[in-house]
Write a protein that binds this ligand. Structure first.
Ligand code: MG
Length: 283
């Protein structure tokens, strides 16, 4: 779940800038545990998305899986948010409510979810096609994922938070997409939203210094049209002002001495990543 830039700025002004909390090895093991747990939920939902299913069914499945694993759906009750997942369809950007309305062929749906387990939070999101979608939407989803990868690659000790922001912005701008500026990624740990804020636009070499043990939720939100958004009367659902589609992708990552480690992957996805890394290391 993204954090509202302007409100956080007000909070920083009133409370003083919040400290970034570096995680110990012990904390990181718990972050790995909850990361894997929520990644498993995400992958089950990925397999369920198809024309005819409703976002409420997806929400209920996620809620049950998280609770069956002994964890808590972090979003429920977060400032009054009523669902286990944020389900944002087409022109909905983030924080959408789950509904009984079935998804239809050609839609895209962003599913954002988090769990709290052993005192730590894992937060992840993906945008999926519903059946066959247009090439335009397929590219939007792909580039959003590439922006996430670009941001993760810059999550390195001794770099700066602005390096992450700049990497996301530069890739998104190659395609002329509107980068949502009102909501940002964030530090994560015992709380879903910790310092620092991680905007999806910015300048390399600026903002907070990145250190080993920092954990971030990086989450580009890209619009097919303009970057402008508004919030619906439900006080949560953020939609594009021009009504064009929006995509969102998110991972929780840890900064280690060896580089960024994606925490919100399943065991199988981690195994595949290691296999890929060893192939590229030997070729
Ligand atoms: Mg988030």
């Amino acid at each position: 779940m993204s954090t509202l830039l302007s409100l956080q700025n007000v909070a920083h002004f009133l409370l003083g800038k919040k400290m970034i909390i570096a995680k110990s090895e012990r904390d990181l093991d718990k972050m790995r545990g909850v990361g894997e747990l929520i990644a498993d939920v995400r992958e089950v939902l990925r397999g369920m998305v198809a024309p005819g299913i409703s976002t409420l069914e997806l929400n209920d499945a996620a809620d049950k899986m998280i609770r069956d694993a002994g964890a808590i759906p972090t979003f429920i009750g977060y400032h009054g948010f009523p669902y286990a997942i944020c389900a944002s369809v087409n022109d909905e950007v983030v924080h959408g409510f789950s509904k009984k309305i079935p998804l239809v062929e050609g839609d895209i749906v962003s599913l954002d979810m988090a769990a709290t387990f052993n005192g730590f939070v894992g937060d992840t999101a993906m945008t999926l096609p519903v059946g066959e979608i247009s090439d335009e939407l397929r590219q939007l989803i792909r580039v959003t994922e590439e922006c996430l990868d670009a941001g993760i690659a810059k999550s390195r000790a001794n770099g700066r938070v602005g390096d992450i922001s700049a990497a996301v912005q530069q890739h998104a701008e190659k395609f002329g997409y509107g980068i949502v500026r009102d909501y940002t990624g964030h530090g994560i740990g015992r709380q879903m939203h910790e310092a620092p804020q991680i905007p999806n636009h910015g300048r390399a070499g600026t903002k907070e210094k990145i250190r080993v043990g920092y954990c971030f939720a990086i989450e580009p939100m890209l619009n097919l049209g303009s970057a402008d958004v508004r919030t619906l009367s439900d006080k949560w659902t953020v939609v594009t002002l021009d009504g064009k589609a929006s995509a969102h992708a998110e991972h929780t990552i840890a900064v280690t001495a060896d580089g960024p480690e994606i925490l919100t992957l399943t065991r199988e996805q981690k195994r595949q990543l290691r296999a890929k890394a060893s192939v590229s290391a030997t070729s």
